[in-house]
Design a protein around this ligand. Structure first.
Ligand SMILES: Nc1nc2c(ncn2[C@@H]2O[C@H](COP(=O)(O)OP(=O)(O)OP(=O)(O)O)[C@@H](O)[C@H]2O)c(=O)[nH]1
Ligand SMILES: [Mg+2]
Length: 270
């Protein structure tokens, strides 16, 4: 979720380790001719029912929704129905498992618009965690430099710029948390992401944060084993989760074959 230009597609590309655009399939599973909808995509309009799949990792199915500025009531209602239906459906192939709500730091003066307020007041996503992503956080470096200049201080000290940038980000995050905690359905977690437009950007924090927000271990395993951008995450969770289970077992139940099967479940694509 998130307004136009918030950095949504870029995040999905990083998670799927690609620079390609996704293929789009409509609600009936038919491929959508991207050339035909190019105009509306360029205006940041997305049909939330469409499924976005990257060839580099077809294990993930994404849904992309535009932002909801004041006045787009029909779009909001359509999104709300989609989210509530798909969060609760028993049809496994239709179920959504997590929502990333992008708020770009390029708009730090209007982080919570009527659209965000409406979403967090009205959208009960039940057990489906909503994680607010403060996207394009790298842009705050510019604000930090401006602040130093205003104070008449040198901007050559990279450490000082980084410290002020961190303070500004902490400030924005605190403000955002303050606003959203008052809503009826506040987000489960917050995470800042910057430099995601770079092809080698690390999305491990995003995957770890999402895995932590998922309440079921089976879902965590699906997420971590489906992503192929960070092998370390698979190793870390395979060891932590398998050993955690193993430690509760009686000694006579422990055998290397069982342990290796448990570990390998985190690496189905290898
Ligand atoms: N500085 C910076 N730019 C970013 C970052 N992430 C994305 N961008 C840039 O922001 C622009 C928009 O990114 P997209 O991923 O296309 O945004 P979107 O939310 O999918 O936009 P729509 O599909 O139009 O709604 C692109 O030029 C990206 O390169 C980031 O972390 N930092
Ligand atoms: Mg996009």
């Amino acid at each position: 979720m998130g307004r136009a230009n918030a950095g949504k597609t870029t995040i999905l590309q990083r998670v799927c380790n690609t620079t390609d655009q996704p293929e789009i399939f409509n609600g009936k599973g038919e491929k959508v001719d991207v050339a035909l909808v190019q105009g509306s995509l360029a205006r940041g309009y997305h049909n939330i029912e469409d499924e976005l799949i990257f060839q580099s990792n077809p294990g993930f199915v994404f849904h992309d929704s535009c932002g909801f500025e004041a006045g787009s009531g029909v779009q909001f209602d359509k999104m709300k129905k989609f989210v509530m239906d798909r969060a609760n459906t028993l049809q496994l192939d239709e179920r959504i498992h997590a929502i990333w709500y992008c708020i770009p730091m390029t708009d730090s003066h209007r982080m919570v618009t009527a659209g965000e307020a409406k979403f967090f007041n009205e959208c009960d996503t039940g057990h489906v965690p909503v994680i607010v992503l403060l996207t394009k956080a790298d842009i705050l470096e510019l604000e930090a430099v401006e602040e130093l200049e205003d104070q008449g201080l040198s901007v050559d000290d990279a450490g000082r710029v980084a410290d002020i940038e961190k303070d500004i980000l902490n400030n924005h995050t605190a403000k955002l948390k303050d606003w959203l905690k008052e809503k009826r359905f506040p987000p489960h977690d917050y995470l800042s992401l910057g430099g995601m437009e770079q092809q080698d950007a690390d999305c491990a924090p995003l995957l770890t944060c999402t895995a932590n927000a998922l309440s079921e271990e089976g879902l965590q395993q699906l997420l971590i084993s489906t992503q192929q951008s960070n092998l370390e995450l698979c190793i870390e969770l395979a060891i932590l989760q398998s050993l955690k289970k193993y430690m509760n077992w009686k000694t006579e139940m422990i055998d290397p074959t069982t342990l290796s099967v448990m570990l390998s479940q985190w690496f189905p694509y290898c």
